[in-house]
Design a binder for this molecule. Sequence first.
Ligand code: FES
Length: 139
Amino acid sequence: MSDNSNISNTDSTKIDSIKNLEKPKMMDYHRHLLLCVGPRCTENEESQALFDTLGEKFKAAGIDNGALRVKRTRTHCFATCKSGPVMCVQPDGIWYYNVTEANLDRIIKEHLVDGQPVEDLIYHRSHHSGNQEPKNATS
Ligand code: FES
């Protein structure tokens, strides 16, 4: 009896089809910025306009390449649809609101370049961000 005795023919076929898929590739990035361009956190597509500036802003800040390289991605809803534009920075687990162009410039300089999150613009931190322990963690 083989190790796969509990796997049905259908499951086995799925596993084989996954094996045959080409694995996606991603370049190395220090951080990943995800900006919501969904319809509910801004009214006039301010988020998309902001997203369109990111390439030039990253280049000017020197984070389009090198050790601090940042990947940028549009998303369509974080289900926190208020006071946008909203965005998060991973793997730091930092979520920002009210990301106007001036506030984005602060986030780029203070957080993405200098490594200091902009506290007054944060509306959420994941439990895994910084040195925080999960609320139910025991030591
Ligand atoms: S539409 Fe932006 S968080 Fe929902």
